[in-house]
Design a protein around this ligand. Structure first.
Ligand code: PMP
Length: 307
């Protein structure tokens, strides 16, 4: 998806022109994958103006990711949350995808270098539905990749690091080459893990099941949102490891993510789900988008107005 340029990017505490947000070719992160990032959205809500969705939860995960790879964060969580609001406002965006990134910069080579300084930036730009508007409504066709996700004890899947997306690239490229909208990955043990950039939910006989964090997934914030909303709607939601064939017996399947929001799955490996009108998924999707229209009450304080 092409990036739509806007005026400014926040970098290390300052708002700078978009074109000036460059970096040296010997930047540590380019060689060793030492970057961590977030993907967040701002919505033009009907009742609270432009709001960032779950700003604090994303920025707390951002700091956690940086902590694991010892990427210094010389700012507070609150400062970065504020900077996210500022960059949306400064660029006069009414809805946006927001991309905070922290990476090890220029100055030293070697993967274990501790002297190299971190560089922190936040960009915001317009972005529509990741898997398409039609996908949100009619569902998408997905397939399992021949690539497994990272096994526990290799590279942590629960940390949102740039390097993890080498796996996502392989999974997603393979699927797209074969004509699917997105690729799914199996965990090291052959159970279901997640999509290349989405968590996965499987509905059978009214029970909603999603793989646990030990199945090599990113502990998604949309996943948590959907689990909360589905329980509120009266559904049983279970975190449980899922065998691949369970997807071929499913009444409904959907994927969640900041980019993908709540996207129904129409088929897996060419086998259609039992309920092609996605009744429960649609109910959850309405509750999710209702947070931004005001139809779903935000009891959890998830909407952060940019001010
Ligand atoms: N899994 C992966 C691999 C992802 O990249 C994403 C998107 N960040 C998700 C799951 C969903 O996470 P979230 O809901 O926090 O965006």
């Amino acid at each position: 998806m092409p990036i739509q340029e806007v005026k400014h990017i926040w970098r290390n505490g300052e708002m700078i022109p978009w074109a000036d947000a460059t970096t040296h070719v010997l930047t540590h992160a380019i060689h060793y994958g030492t970057s961590v990032f977030e993907g967040m959205r701002a919505y033009d809500t009907k009742h609270k103006g432009v709001c960032i969705f779950r700003n604090r939860d994303h920025i707390e995960r951002f700091f956690f990711s940086a902590r694991v790879y010892r990427i210094g964060m010389p700012h507070s969580v609150e400062d970065i949350m504020q900077a996210c609001c500022d960059v949306v406002r400064e660029n006069e965006l009414s809805s946006a995808y927001i991309r905070p990134v922290a990476f090890l910069g220029y100055g030293e080579m070697g993967p274990s270098s501790t002297a190299v300084k971190s560089d922190i930036a936040i960009a915001a730009f317009p972005w529509g539905a990741y898997l398409g508007e039609e996908g949100l409504d009619k569902g998408v066709d997905v397939a399992f990749s021949s690539w497994r996700r990272m096994a526990p004890g290799t590279i942590p899947s629960g940390v949102k690091a740039g390097g993890n997306y080498l796996s996502s690239r392989l999974v997603s490229m393979e699927a797209k080459d074969n004509g699917y909208a997105e690729g799914l990955g199996l965990a090291h043990d052959g159970t279901v893990s997640e999509g290349a950039g989405e968590n996965l939910f499987v509905i059978t006989k009214g029970r909603i099941v999603t793989p646990p964090t030990s199945s090599s997934i990113l502990n998604g914030i949309t996943r948590d949102t959907v689990m909360t909303l589905a329980k509120k709607l009266g559904y049983e939601v279970i975190e449980q490891s899922i065998p691949r064939e369970a997807l071929y017996a499913a009444d409904e399947i959907f994927m969640t993510g900041t980019a993908a929001e709540v996207t129904p799955v129409r088929s897996v490996d060419k086998l259609p789900v039992n309920q092609p009108d996605f009744p429960i998924t649609k109910q959850i999707q309405r509750a999710f988008f209702g947070l931004f229209s005001g139809e779903t009450e935000d009891e959890w304080g998830w909407l952060d107005p940019i001010g």
